[in-house]
Design a binder for this molecule. Sequence first.
Ligand code: HEM
Length: 319
Amino acid sequence: MPRLVMLIAIVLLSLLRSCKGQLQVGFYQDQCPGAEDIVKSVVARAFQFNRAIAPQLLRLHFHDCIVDGCDGSILIDSPDGRQESKAFGHQGLHGFDVIEDAKAQLESECPGVVSCADIVALAARDSVVLTNGPFYEVETGRKDGFSSSIDHASNLPDVVDPIDVLINKFSAKGLSATDLILLSAAHTIGSTACFFMPERLFNFRGTRGPDPSIAPPFLAKLQRICPNGGNVNVRLAMDDGSENVFDNQIFVNIRGGTAVLQSDAAAMTSATTRPIVDFYARSPENFRRDFGIAMLKLGRLDVLTGSDGNIRSVCSSFD
Ligand code: HEM
């Protein structure tokens, strides 16, 4: 008899779990077996035409997850212009059309099954792989959220934040200092607008001079590309010399005073984060493995699963 009771308890518990839902690798295997391949092929095609799409899609996933969790809220385009993507810290986000393209194909293949939040997570992974980064399994089963507000995105990690502030902002999301360093190393690919450079190059922490940690020849180069009062839309690689390849060079650059973003360089200013940079600068294989693990953690932030949230039919709209 006790065995029967136990069996019933197990069945009830698993029923409860499936109603609540949870992330799992291969979530769409039964209902939409081609889902991951469809996302992969849409991303690969976009990448063929425009290599910049890979870093853009990787960044999009981070920006989706860091505000109200990985719920596709960053994709909403609202007529009142008060949606999350309009926040100051989300400036320069791209890749929305690629996500929408994948969504349209998935809707015709298996309507109402694959969430926009999952498409963003998968597209980020595919972008890493396309730039020679590590393959990692992506858990799926996220649902899309019902809100997207500029007001929820007012405290994003900022490029001028000191390292302890960045550590605290990540920690508030359950991410460690190691996660911060690993995930920010996504800056191994892609570029930044000069818009984010003036403080570092000309008035570092109110000193009216540049960040003294920048190696002098590199400072001259940065100031040439982004002169004071120049065009803020000019773009420059964030991982100087290796911006098209997903590798650990960014750590070598950070150690050598040739980081581009102030927030990346800040990792050398703390006894907590400096050894982490040192470790991954020496150890490309560990970086490849641990980056995937950190992305898994990022992808779990405040997800909606089961009967929470829904599956949008168009990613930019709640309707
Ligand atoms: C410490 C927190 C972070 C700060 C302050 C930060 C800041 C920035 C800034 C200022 C840019 C340039 C944006 C532009 O001009 O278009 C950028 C680009 C980028 N960020 Fe971050 N970021 C952070 C963390 C992350 C994380 C965790 C990821 C992904 C896991 C990420 C992925 C990227 C990528 C791939 C780009 C290049 C985008 C492109 O080429 O268009 N960042 N980030």
